[in-house]
Design a protein around this ligand. Structure first.
Ligand code: CMP
Length: 227
């Protein structure tokens, strides 16, 4: 990826919207292009050394944490145009989570100093970042609420609706989710086991609320699933 490609990619990233065309040049100069294969660990929870910031150009990543009993939870799935790695640069603490490539990924990376220089030079970018961080906090608040209040059935349904909302394609009354997460991944999102997810999905299929195979999941009855 040469600098023109990097500039073109940056123009599509929401974080950099609203900049004047000439601003992309110095920003793209600081960016380093990186590729990660599916399942590759990009950022390690608790790491204090590698303070770098990433933007996703293609692919998908999972933000995960490990409990003391060794259970993995997926906190979020980030997609092209999303960023990660800002928290440890901003507060100087170790990495708050592990970030793993959920598919082959192309990323743009900034070292700590370049990241901080860019934030100071372009307040628009910093404000955009705060807006995204506020959205992430709201989403996490909602998730905590869901975990503590809902039955496991409700939590799995909620994860499906969230996926439909974030990456689904609406076709009439249906919502199509391409390349849905595996049962194991859905379990790590809903805070339950793979077996429970498989059981609940088969109930949802029988009720004609969803259809699902490896390549796609279709929400047939959003209203019923919501209840
Ligand atoms: P950092 O702590 O540097 O490294 C892990 C990154 O995962 C973190 O920065 C954020 O960019 C991202 N992250 C952590 N928690 C969440 C969350 N709840 N939602 C989305 N992204 C997160």
């Amino acid at each position: 990826m040469d600098r023109t490609d990097i500039q073109e990619s940056l123009k599509k990233v929401p974080l950099f919207q609203g900049l004047s065309p000439r601003d992309y040049d110095p920003i793209s100069k600081a960016m380093i292009h990186r590729k990660f294969e599916s399942a590759g660990v990009i950022v390690h929870e608790e790491d204090l050394e590698n303070q770098t910031f990433f933007i996703i150009i293609s692919g998908e990543v999972h933000v995960t944490v490990l409990s003391t009993e060794g259970k993995q939870t997926i906190l979020a799935t980030l997609r092209p145009g999303d960023f990660f790695g800002e928290m440890s640069i901003l507060d100087g603490e170790p990495r708050s989570a592990t970030v793993v490539a959920a598919a082959n990924c192309e990323l743009l990376m900034l070292y700590r100093k370049s990241f901080l220089d860019i934030m100071q030079t372009y307040p628009k970018i910093a404000i955009h970042m705060l807006i995204t961080m506020s959205r992430r906090l709201r989403r996490s608040n909602r998730h905590i609420n869901t975990l503590s209040k809902m039955s496991v059935y409700g939590r799995v349904a909620d994860v499906i609706l969230q996926l439909a909302n974030e990456k689904g394609e609406r076709i009439g009354d249906m919502i199509m989710i391409h390349n849905p997460p595996t049962h194991q991944e859905l379990a790590e999102m809903a805070g339950t086991s793979r077996e429970t997810v498989s059981r609940i999905l088969s109930q949802l299929r029988k009720k004609h609320y969803i259809t699902a195979d490896r390549k796609k999941m279709v929400v047939l009855n959003e209203e019923e699933l919501y209840d």
